[in-house]
Design a protein around this ligand. Structure first.
Ligand SMILES: Nc1ncnc2c1ncn2[C@@H]1O[C@H](COP(=O)(O)OP(=O)(O)OP(=O)(O)O)[C@@H](O)[C@H]1O
Ligand SMILES: [Mg+2]
Length: 258
């Protein structure tokens, strides 16, 4: 069974999609069979690896609401070992449409169960919300990565997120673990960045990944080429840091590096 990791934080713009894309691409580069699931109506992960969400007719939405088989919507990416379950804007409607479905929190779990043994890792990019789709992602997942931006108000909303995770652990997914807190957009020159790192490490200690993601222009420009950073500029600090994160996760999970 593949390990399912959700990338979640209801705070917007903290690096969820950048982390989901580049972690997934790095795991694929290490030759782990990886599936990236775009669970955000913004569809940034879909466009970020080169697909136009406007061309997508079927998404995770149809799997959750209409019971479509997820196998039928998986797209092979241009990267070996990396597949995508795309998103499009209709996913916005899924929350409302699912409200009266039985087991509405478990629709994504049911959808992914059918294919999880084909992958080593399944990475879910969540939207900036703690709504039903994110609850579905956290119910489907074995663990969650929480990106925290090294900026003002970094810890804002984290209490609420951790509380939501606790509720999901107690009611919907007792096995859900926190894979780690990931510090993103770190700028070594800024005192503030360093203060955030210190504060987060003080609060969360071993929960924080050793790998810290620097602020790096290659990471911000690579989605406009429809590429993960590792293909846009493999030697960039951004690409290397996500490769390090992938290695850290592989080691932590004692998966034999290939
Ligand atoms: N390490 C980084 N260095 C430079 N720019 C970054 C970095 N990480 C993310 N960015 C940029 O910051 C912006 C927000 O990042 P991203 O889209 O990954 O966040 P998000 O949490 O997925 O946002 P949303 O909440 O809207 O889904 C994007 O423009 C992205 O390119
Ligand atoms: Mg995003």
């Amino acid at each position: 069974m593949g390990k399912i990791i959700a990338v979640a934080n209801q705070k917007g713009g903290v690096g969820k999609t950048t982390s989901a894309i580049n972690l997934a691409a790095s795991l694929a580069a290490l030759e782990f069979k990886t599936l990236l699931v775009d669970a955000d109506p913004q569809a940034n992960a879909t466009s970020g690896i080169g697909f136009d969400p406007g061309d997508i007719s079927k998404s995770i939405y149809e799997c959750m609401v209409d019971g479509l088989n997820v196998e039928d919507i998986i797209i092979k990416s241009n990267i070996d070992f990396l597949d995508l379950v795309p998103s499009h804007i209709d996913l916005v409607g899924a929350e409302v449409e699912m409200i009266n479905l039985p087991n509405r929190e478990e629709k994504m779990k049911e959808a992914l169960k059918k294919i999880s043994d084909r992958y080593d890792f399944i990475i879910i990019d969540c939207s900036p919300s703690l709504g039903l789709i994110t609850v579905n992602a956290l119910t489907a997942a074995n663990s969650v990565i929480i990106p925290v931006q090294c900026e003002y108000f970094a810890l804002e909303g984290l209490g609420k997120l951790l509380n939501t995770i606790k509720i999901i652990q107690s009611r919907l997914n007792t096995d859900l673990e926190i894979e780690g807190i990931l510090l993103t957009m770190y700028d070594v020159r800024l005192r503030l960045s360093n203060q955030v790192v210190e504060e987060v490490k003080l609060h969360f200690q071993q929960m924080v990944f050793d790998t810290i993601i620097p602020r790096n222009v290659k990471l911000s420009e690579s989605p406009s080429f429809g590429l993960p950073a590792i293909l846009h500029d493999a030697d960039s600090k951004g690409a290397i840091s996500y490769l390090n994160l992938a290695r850290e996760i592989v080691e932590k999970n004692a998966v034999l590096a290939k």
